[in-house]
Design a protein around this ligand. Structure first.
Ligand SMILES: Cc1ncc(COP(=O)(O)O)c(C=O)c1O
Length: 455
């Protein structure tokens, strides 16, 4: 029974936070209560209310530093780690990753603006997207942000702009390398059914088209093969494929100087998960590119990678307050919390699993019960845990869900007009707000009653 929460007794890997379930500063103090970043979770909820997103600064910085260190160790050429801001976008996150020397990838004007306001230098930002608006493209160009061309529509618009203003635009192109990845398996296919990027089979034609433009300079390649990946082989294959594409492009006169291998390294959400370390992932990517360049006598390109989840997920937890209980004899007991699918849409969207514990009894030090943890939304599928063992608990007790730093806040909604939680940063016993809690009134801000409905 106790195994279910034994993750709290795992040795913490300080160098590769994605291999832990909990933030690296997690402690259970002598009062048997949960602390993160030196802060009592109970005290934080007393001050900031619940549900509450918490980010641990030391875990974030350790993750960034692990990427930097591994690139310095394994890649002899120039490199730049780029944070995939879709994982968790805020002025704070932009500022923190910039302070660690990271670049940032964005997919909308909102994410671009957040990066710039947070202090990420524009030359370290790249702009993705399979359906960029004209305004977004203009915004990126005005701010000298590198555009990753995803399709013909992007290319045509950039060509038109570069011709009308008579200036060169350096681009990267995104292509689908024919590697399809899931957490525990991957397949290689001739082409890949994806809405993103050019098919690998279409590249020769594309290289000809770009050669014929006056001002478009193709200088970089991008590929991203999936997320929450535990195997290293797919990224080993990706490195080789990308170097192969550099050679192909060369035949058409394009000098590719930058390779962006995307993100995708998995994290440990539950005891069953065993992702590679950040060092092992970077080593694989680096070696495959270095070897392929050596064999083909190519200069090493600048290596970029785009981790999102493995930077921010383990640093984040969400705290909920327990409300109602409903026992259905012989079937299950529902325990409902004060958040759910609006602050964490991953369980209902992807059937994602997490680990959790009671804040005031993390080791379940009394009888254990199996609960179904439900959210408060008007949706039967709004369930955070189908089955979890927790010690005795009652209305008002707190639950901490681990690994919620990525794709929770950034994918949150106001479904059922539920305001988004506050986000708090913790470090060395201090807590500071990084995103204010929304209020029900905030949610009315954009509602308008047409004149003729007003008396
Ligand atoms: C283009 C691109 N780069 C990077 C990432 C980040 O992936 P992850 O969070 O798995 O590291 C994603 C996420 O899907 C992506 O689409």
């Amino acid at each position: 029974m106790k195994e279910k929460i034994s993750f709290l007794k795992n040795k913490i890997d300080l160098n590769s936070p994605n291999k832990n379930i909990v933030p690296v500063t997690t402690t259970i103090e002598s009062n048997e209560k949960l602390y993160i970043g030196g802060c009592s979770i109970e005290d934080l909820v007393r001050k900031y209310d619940s549900p509450l997103y918490i980010l641990d600064e030391i875990t974030l910085r350790n993750s960034c530093r692990a990427y930097k260190k591994a690139l310095e160790k394994h890649y002899p050429g120039v490199s730049l780690p780029i944070y995939a801001s879709k994982a968790n976008s805020s002025i704070f996150m932009s500022n923190l990753i910039a302070s660690e020397g990271f670049g940032l990838d964005a997919v909308s004007e909102g994410e671009l603006l957040t990066a710039l306001k947070g202090g990420v230098p524009s030359e370290k930002i790249v702009f993705h997207g399979n359906n960029k608006s004209d305004e977004e493209i203009e915004f990126a160009l005005e701010n000298k942000i590198k555009i990753i061309v995803d399709n013909d529509h992007d290319l045509k618009r950039l060509e038109k702009i570069s011709n009308s203003f008579n200036y060169d635009i350096e681009i990267m192109i995104r292509f689908t390398p024919g590697i399809e990845c899931h957490t525990h398996e991957y397949i290689k296919t001739g082409s890949f059914d994806s809405k993103f990027g050019f098919g690998i089979e279409a590249l020769n034609k594309l290289f000809v088209i770009i050669s014929k433009t006056k001002h478009i300079k193709l200088t970089g390649l991008h590929a991203h093969i999936g997320s929450q990946i535990f195997e290293l082989d797919p990224h080993n294959d990706l490195g080789k494929i990308m170097v192969d594409v550099i050679l192909k492009a060369k035949k058409f006169g394009h000098n590719i100087k930058e390779l962006n291998v995307g993100g995708g390294l998995g994290i440990k959400y539950t005891q069953e998960d065993d992702p590679p370390s950040i060092d092992a992932w970077i080593k694989t990517v680096s070696l495959s590119i270095v070897q392929a360049c050596k064999q083909t006598k190519l200069d090493l390109p600048k290596l970029m990678c785009e981790p999102g989840r493995s930077i921010v997920s383990t640093a984040g937890v969400t705290i909920y307050k327990i409300g109602s209980f409903k026992e259905i004899p012989g079937i299950r007991t529902y325990l409902s919390v004060d958040g759910g699918m609006s602050d964490n849409p991953r369980p209902i969207t992807y059937q994602s699993n997490y680990s959790a514990c009671l804040v005031s009894n993390p080791f379940n030090n009394n009888s254990k019960n199996t609960f179904t943890v439900a959210g408060k939304h008007c949706e039967s599928g709004d369930v955070l845990f189908k089955e979890i063992e927790l010690g005795n608990c009652k209305t008002g007790d707190l639950i901490c869900v681990f690994g919620t730093g990525a794709y929770n806040n950034s994918m949150s909604s106001n479904y059922n007009r539920i305001p988004r939680p506050a986000s708090i940063l913790v470090c060395n016993g201090e807590a500071e707000i990084i995103q204010r809690r929304e209020s029900p009134l905030d949610l009315l801000k954009y509602d308008v009653l047409p004149n003729r409905f007003m008396k």
